[in-house]
Design a protein around this ligand. Structure first.
Ligand SMILES: [Zn+2]
Length: 125
């Protein structure tokens, strides 16, 4: 899949300050904006990468502005955690876990941030 990574993104940094989180990955179109995590660390984390790539696919599938609208509407209706686009991305991210010998039942530790954009934080292990 075609995607671009923006390290030390200003957008992601603002999100990070709002969220008081140590890291944020935020997808806008085909770009993954990072703050608090570098490209290398992020791409090595297959589950996290798969989660954000799923958001990129959603942007492509629904169209840029239409997806932003749908995402916002979905969050408004059912909340960020149950937002179907987040549910789908979490599933995409947790598939990788199954290949690895992980025994945890948890579906990945990437959490939607609650912002009106597909942005996610990763809990420190
Ligand atoms: Zn997400």
């Amino acid at each position: 899949m075609h995607y671009k990574i923006v390290e030390k993104s200003l957008f992601a940094r603002i999100a990070r300050m709002v969220l008081k989180s140590s890291n944020v990955a935020m997808v806008i179109g085909n770009k993954i904006h990072l703050s608090g995590v570098d490209k290398h660390t992020f791409e090595r984390d297959e589950g996290w990468l798969a989660h954000e790539l799923c958001h990129i696919r959603q942007f492509q599938e629904h169209g840029y502005f239409r997806f932003l609208w749908l995402y916002l509407k979905e969050s408004y209706n059912v909340g960020y955690y149950n937002n179907k686009y987040e549910v789908e991305a979490r599933e995409a991210g947790s598939k990788h876990k199954r290949h690895q010998a992980a025994t945890k039942k948890e579906t990945g530790n990437v959490k939607p941030s609650g912002l009106p954009l597909p942005s996610d934080v990763k809990k420190e292990v």
